[in-house]
Structure formats: structure tokens, C-alpha cells
Design a protein around this ligand. Structure first.
Ligand code: TRP
Length: 344
């Protein structure tokens, strides 16, 4: 018995010494690179990393991102309830909610705030502006025009993340292949969403190059969507809407106008095709969530956020809604269907 106790004691002591070494090593290594290290410094004090996730609303694409992010974090060794604690909050489409949730995350002194979609990222960046709490965004279409980062290569402060920038030129090319008679395209977007505005200006420019006329309608709230869509449908041969949070949240309304007026509705995200939009060339939101998890891991391990480039995806997928095609009387060529993801 005595022997056993002695052995246990020896093991415990050597573990203690080892743990002591590891801790002081981390401490020393951590304190050398100054500044950005404060975040990882506070990290070392918590037993579990405290992570706040703020998501703009309960939308399928955003849920896909969050689920992929949390699953991949676990695969990377950061499992909720083990070594990290994830505090997930949903802003329910409301900027005031977003702001107060993010302020609470800051006063709770989270080790990391992850923000999904532009309005959530804007709230998180504002709340954490005078702190060194890192903010990691996901699915922000244009983080430069949303003033979250100075440039994609060098964010410049405690905010970085992943962007779901889409190839507008490819979407317009697809529109011209599927519905070659388009003379006028109607652009539909929210005037208060930075993620939409920059895509709309690219769309205008590319349509101009292709000799397509543009007519546009900017909405300020979702209640204006139906009327705006109807007006555009009466003036244009097709409608394009970017990855707009407000429009996406009422995508069924827009899809119905498209079907009733036999107007093809081209969109910015696969979920908007699932909801009855006609077609897109979009990104994979699972992949985006996983990429965001990899960045979170780097931050946990002490990477300097202000130097971490914003990540984008370069694989794009054509997605077509076959039911919508039938409703609007468009036959999709076999050559396009072959390489597309088809939804019914
Ligand atoms: N890109 C959007 C933004 O910057 C967020 C987003 C991602 C989104 N996927 C979506 C919005 C699908 C609507 C539908 O805010």
C-alpha cells in the first residue's frame, strides 16, 4: 500500500512539475510578442476558452455556417463543454439586439467573439473597438466596405474573418445563357446592407459591359419587398438580388412574384435557390464555416488578428431550381444541368 501511494505521489509530483513548466513556457513565450497577446494572455487565465457566437438571424445559410464551424472546431480539438465554452446568441434581425448581445460579450470578457453575417460583425466590431478581444467574422461579403478591416490582406486591428464574396460576373453570364433575351435587369437590394451595395455596383458595371440595361430598387425594410419586386418585374426581363439578409429572409415573397410574372430571379446564395429563386453561382457555406473554425484555432494559439488575412473561397457552384424553371417556362440546357446542383 505504501508503495502504491508513493508511486502515485511521484506521478502526481512529476505531473505538477511538467504542468508548471508548460505554464511558465506559455507565459514567457506569450509575453514576448507584446500587444495582441493580451487576448491570449487572458486565455491562459481561463480554464476553458470563453467564445461568444453572434448570428444575425435564424437563416438556413447562417445556421449551416455555425454548425460547420462548431463541428470543425471540435475536430480541431476545441470541443464545446470541454476546453471551450460556446455562448451562442441570435440577433433575430434586429440591430439593437445585436448591439446589446455584443456589449454583453465584451463585458463578460470573452476570449473570442465570432460574428456571422455583416450586421452581426458590425455590432461585434463596434462593441470590441476599444478592447483587445478578437472578433472573427464569417460570411461577410465585403468586409472592406463594411469598414471592418482596412484591407483583405492586412485587417489592421482586432477584427478578421471569412468572406462569402460571390462572382457576380459569372451569375450574369449564367443569366445570359439561361435566358439570353434579357435586355433589362432589375436589381433588388437593401440600401442599409454594405454586403449588398458593393455587389450591386459590380453588377451594374458588368451589365453595362454586356449591353444590358439596369433598373434598380433599394428597400429599407422587408415590408417594401413585395411592391419593389412587382415594380421591377413589370420593368425588367430578369431580377438579380445579392446575398442580402433582408431579401433572403423573405425570399418566398420574391420567388412568388418571379413565378407569378414569369420573371427569372437570379440570386447570390444556394439557400435562396432552395427558397424558390431560379439560379445562382455560389459558394459552399459548410466550407466557409470550416475555414472560419481554422482561423479561430489560429487565434486561440496566439496568432495576431490584425495581420491575419481575410479568407475567401475560390470554388463556385451553379445551383438551379428546376421547379422554378418550369413555373417560369425556361428550359435549362442539358450542358448546364450536367455541372449544376439541381434543386426541385
Ligand atoms: N453575406 C451576408 C452578409 O454579408 C450573409 C449571408 C451569408 C447571407 N449567406 C447568406 C444572407 C444567405 C442571406 C442569405 O451579411
Amino acid at each position: 500500500m505504501k508503495k502504491v501511494l508513493a508511486t502515485i505521489l511521484a506521478v502526481v509530483m512529476s505531473l505538477g512539475i511538467l504542468a508548471g513548466c508548460t505554464q511558465s513556457e506559455t507565459g514567457n513565450g506569450g509575453s514576448t510578442p507584446a500587444e495582441g497577446d493580451n487576448a491570449s494572455g487572458s486565455t491562459a487565465n481561463h480554464e476553458q476558452l470563453q467564445v461568444g457566437i453572434i448570428q444575425y438571424n435564424d437563416h438556413p445559410s447562417l445556421n449551416t455556417i455555425r454548425e460547420a464551424l462548431v463541428n470543425h472546431l471540435a475536430e480541431l480539438g476545441y470541443k464545446d463543454g470541454d476546453n471551450i465554452v460556446i455562448d451562442y446568441k441570435n440577433g433575430q434581425n434586429d440591430q439593437i439586439n445585436l448591439n446589446s448581445i455584443c456589449q454583453k460579450f465584451v463585458s463578460d470578457d470573452k476570449d473570442l467573439i465570432i460574428a456571422i453575417a455583416t450586421p452581426a460583425a458590425e455590432a461585434a466590431a463596434a462593441a470590441a473597438a476599444d478592447t483587445d478581444i478578437p472578433v472573427l467574422f464569417s460570411a461577410v461579403t465585403d468586409p472592406v466596405s463594411a469598414k471592418l478591416v482596412e484591407s483583405l490582406e492586412k485587417p489592421g486591428r482586432n477584427v478578421t474573418g471569412t468572406s462569402d464574396k460571390i462572382p457576380v460576373d459569372q451569375i450574369i453570364d449564367l443569366a445570359l445563357q439561361l435566358t439570353p433575351d434579357i435586355k433589362t435587369i432589375g436589381l433588388l437590394y437593401s440600401t442599409n446592407e454594405a454586403n449588398s451595395l458593393s455587389v450591386i455596383s459590380e453588377a451594374k458595371e458588368y451589365a453595362g459591359q454586356k449591353g444590358i440595361e439596369v433598373t434598380e430598387s433599394g428597400i429599407t425594410n422587408v415590408g417594401e419587398l413585395q411592391q419593389a419586386a412587382q415594380t421591377l418585374a413589370s420593368k425588367a426581363d430578369a431580377i438579380f438580388t445579392p446575398i442580402d439578409n433582408q431579401v433572403a429572409s423573405a425570399m418566398n415573397t420574391l420567388a412568388k412574384v418571379g413565378m407569378d410574372t414569369k420573371t427569372p430571379v437570379y440570386v447570390g446564395a444556394d439557400s435562396m435557390v432552395n427558397d424558390g429563386g431560379f439560379a445562382t453561382v455560389g459558394i459552399n457555406y459548410t466550407e466557409l464555416g470550416e475555414k472560419t473554425a481554422e482561423m479561430a484555432k489560429e487565434i486561440f494559439e496566439g496568432a495576431s488578428v490584425s495581420d491575419m488575412p481575410v479568407q475567401t473561397l475560390s470554388d463556385f457552384q451553379t445551383v438551379i431550381n428546376q421547379t422554378t424553371a418550369e413555373k417560369i417556362g425556361v428550359t435549362v440546357p442539358e450542358s448546364i444541368l450536367e455541372n449544376a446542383q439541381v434543386v426541385q
